[in-house]
Design a protein around this ligand. Structure first.
Ligand SMILES: Cc1cc2nc3c(=O)[nH]c(=O)nc-3n(C[C@H](O)[C@H](O)[C@H](O)COP(=O)(O)O)c2cc1C
Length: 347
């Protein structure tokens, strides 16, 4: 078994920013690192076909990684020779390891029998793991998965295979593929994976605050925490986790800090050069998550979604994050109850 890269604070549970398509690209990773990096980053997935070449965004995230933290390259596919080749090419770049996606629930993906779709086909996963383990013999091989496609019928088989092939790390999103991103995660599957596997397990799915991360790690015995959407809402979450794990006072950002984060997101999603009609959908996708911590009545989310220009968008941000004394208000450490981030904005 290969050991994982060392953590920022030794002996603390490692944290990771979950891979997110069209989000976890170079500039966003740098922005999160500025707020307090996780121990590990993952690229968004790179779709491997017979003849595919490394996706340019993925390559950039790896070779221009200035976060100071290691990055795993995620691949998705089922073509054995293509996956071998992709792993081989990625290992020539400065990656922390190769991560196999066994969880993507987008119908256009799983219908091709890749990502979450593979969870219906244990024999194919066995074959893929054997090939990837062979190809990554000197490197870290990790798997990011859900506990099943429709239910847990193959879960124990997956765990047996993962162990047999000597996978070095598993990140488990505690939902089925058909649950998409909704419904409560069932962390008992994380606990089962922890009991069954020799390798470390990262718990994933709705670890919405540092308190929640501590709770789920205690409940499951997972080695660490992988966090996705909550880190888009609150990019300070990894810093807060480290403080919480270390028994220190946890930093609480003000809404003024969030307003600055919005400016940074504007740059990350295209800067001033990009026309509003392309820029606003990208911003709104991310602000849907940020808005879960801004005001309890959801006024920010409602008004932000109706904006038609960058100027209107910033005016709404100023109204809720700066004006009338809002700048000094605390940014909620967890998502506020009864607000939803429009699941159709999640891939
Ligand atoms: C917009 C978006 C894109 C995603 N893209 C990927 C991806 O490329 N690879 C992957 O393994 N998971 C992907 N996921 C799933 C996340 O990595 C994570 O497992 C999921 O969001 C649950 O964790 P969270 O509650 O902390 O967000 C994506 C999720 C979202 C919301």
């Amino acid at each position: 078994m290969h050991s994982l890269p060392s953590q920022i604070v030794p002996n603390q549970p490692p944290t990771a920013l979950a891979p997110m398509q069209d989000v976890t690209m170079r500039d966003f990773l740098h922005l999160v690192a500025k707020c307090g990096a996780p121990d590990y980053f993952f690229t968004e997935y790179y779709r491997v076909h017979g003849q595919s070449k490394i996706d340019e965004n993925v390559r950039q995230s790896i070779v221009e990684n200035e976060t100071g933290r290691p990055i795993f390259a995620q691949i998705i596919g089922e073509d054995i020779e293509g996956m071998r080749r992709a792993a081989r090419e990625l290992l020539k770049l400065p990656v922390a390891g190769i991560d196999l996606n066994l969880g993507c629930p987008a119908p256009k993906v799983f219908k091709k029998n890749v990502g979450g779709g593979l969870l219906r086909d244990p024999a194919k996963i066995d074959e893929l793991l054997a090939a990837l383990r062979d190809e990554t013999a000197g490197a870290v091989l990790s798997v990011k998965m859900r506990y099943g496609f429709v239910d847990d019928r193959y879960f124990d088989r997956f765990l047996e295979m993962i162990d047999r092939h000597g996978v070095d790390l598993v990140s488990l999103h505690a939902r089925t593929v058909l649950q998409l991103y909704r419904g409560k995660p069932d962390y008992s599957y994380v606990a089962r994976a922890v009991r069954a596997l020799k390798c470390p397990v990262l718990a994933n799915g709705d670890l919405s605050s540092c308190d929640k991360a501590v709770e789920v790690l205690a409940q499951t015995g997972a080695r660490g925490a992988m966090i996705g959407r909550p880190a888009v809402r609150n990019p300070w979450i990894f810093h807060q986790c480290r403080e919480k794990f270390g028994g220190e006072k946890v930093f609480v950002p003000k809404l003024a800090d969030v307003r600055k984060y919005v400016d940074d997101l504007w740059v990350v999603t295209g800067g001033d050069g990009l026309a509003d009609r392309f820029h606003l959908p990208r911003m709104k996708k991310l602000l849907n998550f940020v808005g879960l911590g801004v005001d309890a009545k959801g006024g920010f989310l409602r008004e932000m979604r109706l904006t038609k220009t960058g100027a209107e968008l910033f005016a709404v941000c100023d109204k809720y994050m700066v004006d009338g004394g809002n700048a000094e208000k605390s940014f909620a450490p967890d998502a506020l109850p009864n607000l939803v981030a429009r699941p159709n904005h999640e891939d």
